[in-house]
Design a protein around this ligand. Structure first.
Ligand SMILES: *Cc1c(COP(=O)(O)O)cnc(C)c1O
Length: 382
């Protein structure tokens, strides 16, 4: 049996007619740049993410970049983040001229470890503490980072908080007092990606920034069009960070299905748990689910013999992926930052042992059971 890591064609079958109709309406209007379709999506996303404002942008990477620009982060500044994330998180910090400061992760959720964060900030000397401007927590795989302690540290140190929620649209964080907040509504900026493999994927690149503050919202809209306000008058330097009308139209259709698709990802995760528990595989760790809502952009397991397991599953026709094989502090392009192997042991261990299994909403029960059976076959023949 062949089980792909992700099969978007199955989803397209379900929404084909709606997508064709909306795309045809955009073609007929010949309005391709910003305009009413983008505004409609922005209103829908703001409502979905429980934020007052949303600004459609060209990608998740540009969502991060424009947020850092809007926050006034620049050369010589320091931005703290996790080394266990997609490259764009740290890449945008460097592209703006600032310096990423990495902090190790929690071994069970793979998200930024708030205790390590507190220690790292405490150890900074006075000049560097002054240059520390922002923090980018990442809601990895679809589960919110520990926002309560992170926001407390941000407040104490006067840091701007940019949530990298690229993998976490619709994810929910539960506060100590039981209140619930959606990803992207807790920091100053919430950055989302519509890359096709994300839970809400466009037919190409796209992204959005959510914000609670009207001033930030206005500034983001100006930065998105080269800092132009009014047209052809530039008080600030922005870029072309626009979302296409065609992508917005596709996303508006898909957003109406997102709750249903997310529900299926969550129920697939539950099914994996149940089947794996029945197999009692001692050498496999399942992802921890905290209070709140994990939206399972990825279902990531941990095993010592990860590479052998991956090769075995590949022979069985099962698609898997390693997110991410090289921690960011050990990337070639960051040699100049002076990090070395051993600096972030939890992250380095995760990079060696974690593996993402198929979890997409249209995955069938038979396929999922085949994945579990194949993994248990691998461990039993060991
Ligand atoms: C996908 C992703 C991004 C970048 O989004 P693009 O739309 O591909 O530019 C940034 N951060 C994380 C954590 C991501 O998963």
């Amino acid at each position: 049996m062949k089980v792909p890591l992700l099969d978007l064609t199955r989803q397209y079958e379900i929404i084909r007619d709606e997508i064709r109709a909306t795309a045809e309406a955009v073609f007929a209007s010949q309005q391709f740049i910003l305009g009413p379709k983008v505004e409609e999506l922005e209103r829908d996303i703001a409502e979905y993410c429980q934020c007052p404002f949303a600004v459609g942008v060209s990608s998740g990477t540009d969502a991060l970049l424009i947020s850092l620009m809007s926050a006034g982060v620049g050369p010589e500044d320091i931005v703290v983040t996790t080394p266990f994330t997609f490259f764009a998180t740290a890449g945008s910090i460097t592209r703006i001229g600032a310096r990423p400061l990495f902090v190790d992760i929690d071994p069970i959720t793979y998200n930024l470890d708030p205790d390590a964060l507190e220690q790292t900030i405490a150890l900074l000397d006075a000049p560097r503490k002054k240059r520390l401007k922002a923090i980018i927590p990442v809601h990895l795989y679809g589960q919110c980072a520990e926002m309560e302690p992170i926001l407390r540290l941000a407040r104490e140190n006067n840091l701007i908080v940019i949530e990298d929620a690229a993998q976490a649209i619709g994810s929910e964080y539960q506060w100590d007092d039981g209140r619930i907040s959606r990803a992207g509504s807790m920091g100053d900026y919430g950055c989302f990606s519509f890359f096709p493999s994300k839970n809400l994927g466009a037919f190409g690149d796209g992204g959005v920034v959510t914000a609670c503050d009207k001033e930030i919202f206005d500034r983001l809209k100006i930065l998105r069009v080269h800092g132009s306000e009014p047209k052809y008058y530039h008080h600030v330097i922005g870029g072309n960070f626009r979302l296409d009308a065609l992508q917005a139209a596709v996303l508006t259709v898909k957003l109406k299905h997102l709750e249903e698709w997310t529900g299926k990802r969550i129920s697939n995760a539950g099914r994996y748990r149940k089947l794996f528990e029945e197999k009692r595989l001692r050498h496999l760790s399942l992802p921890l689910e905290k209070a709140g809502r994990h939206v399972y952009n990825q279902f990531v397991v941990k095993a010592e013999k990860r590479d052998e397991l991956r090769a075995f599953l590949s022979q069985k026709g099962i698609g898997t992926e390693v997110y991410y094989p090289v921690p960011l502090h050990l990337q070639q392009c960051y040699r100049n930052l002076g990090y070395k192997p051993g600096d972030f042991p939890v992250c380095e261990d995760a990079a060696k042992k974690t593996l993402a299994l198929p979890i997409f909403p249209e995955l069938t029960e038979t396929e999922l059971a085949y994945v579990v059976d194949s993994i248990s076959e691998f461990f039993l023949k060991k």
